[in-house]
Design a protein around this ligand. Structure first.
Ligand SMILES: Cc1cc2nc3c(=O)[nH]c(=O)nc-3n(C[C@H](O)[C@H](O)[C@H](O)COP(=O)(O)OP(=O)(O)OC[C@H]3O[C@@H](n4cnc5c(N)ncnc54)[C@H](O)[C@@H]3O)c2cc1C
Length: 596
């Protein structure tokens, strides 16, 4: 690390803005060639305390301004007018330091779907190789494999960077829970990373199998090159905009980056390329502040227009989630809630330090990805499809630049290989405002995977210090399909809790009330739905005429040497947790940039 002044004196071959999950991995990959110089500008600082590294301590820094940008959406008119929290990591490694470590891939058909939207070379085969290149997988323990963790070596990378290992500890509720899902027609999936994540399985995490610590960009990538003199990471530095050369009628060129440290402003020059990796909420803001975006919006903010690109900030997609809760007949099972007892927590922490086992060495993650027909009754599904098809005839959809996306969404709704809903099972009571010492409860978190609601992220002013306007347009989908999917998912969760071996263990379903009418469930959805913290798509890789911002090689249209490499590039949300895809993205970006 060096001073802002020294950094500003250099001319780097490559500058990466945002040393987050993708940015820091990408900078490392570029710096493997010691003949080139790489500069990274990261607003946060280095964080490697136990609240970040220990799996069982996840979520402790959510909302802490030292670690979290703690952004908020605008009030969501279809969600009880609530502003929703949208946490983002503010540290070297980005949101990779706040996340819950679930490392899983999307389904083959979804990556192939990106290609159907008009981007070439991003199908499953290409993404699979890229994710393989990022991963060093260790087979699960016998116990984890017996609890349905992926044990298939062919589905994983072996010689990459991020260490992955199935979460080692599991609740004794997993077996009856999985048995019930099987009874309800959801198969056990032996390898969720194989290109098919449908079914029920226990998660692999980005966790070091030996140290049982978080494996992420700072320790898995950057540590490998941090001793080299050709990479310089400036932390605590806020990028304000990319400096562009003007060229009438030709592509503009990035020539440097303006940034500030402690209120002092600097510029740094670049000779080859600038890559924006500030994440799906801040990259569109930086593009706009640099004069790339919708000219009308830029003029309103008093920003000179360099590239007329109206797709910047549009196409914003987010998974939404809510939780449902029930009570078990017996308290006789392992629950992370036990950690609310200070004496037990201290003993567990000692155990973790000495043996790297116990509650702090793990997260409890058993997941179910279900296609629409797996959890929505046939008659309801038929009605839903009919009203959706009618809504899709609306002129604004038929003439929309996103028409191919609507067609893809419709195709994916009826296909059985696509997860429309994710159910994350936890042997704990995670309901707001309730007693935390209770330990005879369970929670199912329900995540919509292919949201039809689409919003935007835009700069609110020409000042980078003003957070962007984040408008996900929650629950504003054609035929109200997002709301209906969540309502049906709640009913399915209630069915799980009253069926088979798991149902036998359940005392009662508590929240929402199992006697709720459909109208009451809609109210529950509106009152409790929240961002699932997987924002994506706001500087999408799509054809320029379809509101695209990036070409197939992640280059910003209308520029000759400015790329985006972060979750903004998703052409459409994927039905999975994003980190595996994003590490794969870092490898693809490095290959494009170096011409490999
Ligand atoms: C609480 C939580 C739980 C999650 N759980 C999971 C999970 O279990 N599995 C999974 O796959 N995904 C999970 N995710 C999502 C995952 O972490 C993100 O999708 C991923 O980190 C996005 O990577 P990124 O590189 O696009 O952005 P980020 O990792 O957010 O990186 C962006 C970086 O840019 C920096 N930056 C922003 N603006 C500027 C500026 N102007 N100047 C300089 N630097 C700037 C930021 O400080 C940050 O370091 C979770 C996310 C959160 C918040």
């Amino acid at each position: 690390m060096e001073s802002a002044e020294e950094f500003a004196k250099k001319t780097f071959d490559y500058i990466v803005v945002g040393g987050g999950l993708v940015g820091l991995a990408l900078a490392t990959l570029l710096a493997r060639d010691t003949a080139v110089s790489v500069g990274v500008i990261e607003a946060g600082s280095k964080k490697d305390d136990e609240t970040i590294t220990i799996p069982g301590m996840v979520a402790r820094r959510l909302g802490d301004p030292e670690y979290d940008w703690a952004l908020k959406t605008t009030p969501q008119k279809n969600a009880d007018n609530r502003e929703m929290a949208i946490h983002r990591g503010k540290m070297l490694g980005g949101s990779g330091g706040l996340h819950f470590m679930i490392f899983t891939r999307g389904s083959r058909v979804e990556y192939d779907g990106w290609e159907k939207l008009g981007v070439k070379g991003w199908g499953w085969n290409a993404m699979r190789s890229a994710i393989d290149a990022s991963e060093v997988w260790t087979p699960p323990t016998q116990s984890a494999a017996a609890h349905h963790a992926d044990a298939v070596a062919e589905s994983h990378g072996k010689d990459g960077y991020i260490k992955t290992f199935a979460f080692p500890e599991h609740s004794d509720l997993v077996h009856p829970y999985v048995s019930t899902l099987n009874e309800l027609g959801i198969p056990t999936n032996k390898s969720d990373s194989s290109g098919n994540n449908i079914g029920v399985w226990s998660a692999t995490g980005s966790i070091d199998p030996i140290t049982k610590e978080r494996s992420w960009s700072p320790n898995a990538y950057y540590e490998k090159v941090s001793h080299q003199t050709n990479i310089t990471v400036l932390t605590g530095a806020r990028a304000h905009r990319v400096l562009l050369s003007d060229g009438e009628g030709v592509d503009v060129r990035a020539i440097g980056v303006k940034y500030s440290v402690g209120g002092q402003k600097y510029t740094v020059n670049v000779s080859r390329e600038v890559v924006l990796s500030a994440g799906a909420l801040q990259t569109p803001q930086l593009l706009e502040l640099s004069g790339i975006g919708n000219p009308k919006l830029l003029r309103e903010l008093g920003i000179p227009v360099h590239v007329d690109l109206p797709g910047v900030g549009e196409n914003f997609q987010e998974h939404y989630s809510l939780t449902v809760h029930g009570e078990l007949k017996s308290a006789d099972h392992i629950s992370p809630e036990a950690l609310f007892n200070p004496e037990f927590a201290k003993a567990e922490l000692d155990k973790y330090h000495k043996t790297k086992t116990g509650m702090f060495s793990t997260l409890f993650g058993t997941f179910c990805f279900a296609s629409a027909r797996q959890f929505i009754p046939e008659a309801t599904f038929t009605r839903l499809l009919a009203s959706l098809d009618e809504a899709l005839q609306a002129p604004e959809i038929q003439s929309s630049p996103y028409k191919p996306w609507y067609d893809l969404q419709r195709e994916f709704l009826v296909r059985d290989e696509i997860g429309q809903i994710e159910i994350a099972f936890s042997p704990a009571w995670m309901h707001e405002g309730c007693k935390k010492e209770k330990s005879r409860h369970f929670t199912m978190a329900l995540f919509i995977q292919r949201p039809w609601s689409r919003g935007y992220v835009h700069a609110k002013s020409a000042n980078i210090e003003d957070p962007p306007e984040i408008e996900p347009n929650t629950l504003t989908s054609p035929a109200d399909i997002d709301t209906i999917i969540l309502v049906e998912a709640i009913k399915f969760a209630m069915k799980i809790a009253s069926t088979g071996k798991f149902g036998d263990l359940v005392e009662e379903f508590l929240v929402p009330s199992p006697t709720s009418t459909d109208e009451q469930l809609v109210e529950y959805v509106k009152k409790t739905v929240r961002c699932a913290l997987h924002p994506a798509g706001s500087a999408a890789m799509l054809p320029r005429g379809a509101q695209g911002v990036l070409d197939d090689e992640l280059k910003v249209y209308g520029t000759s040497n400015l790329r985006v490499a972060d979750a903004s590039m998703f052409p459409t949300a994927l039905g999975t947790h994003p980190q595996a895809t994003l590490y794969g993205l870092a490898h693809r970006a490095a290959d494009f940039i170096t011409g490999r």
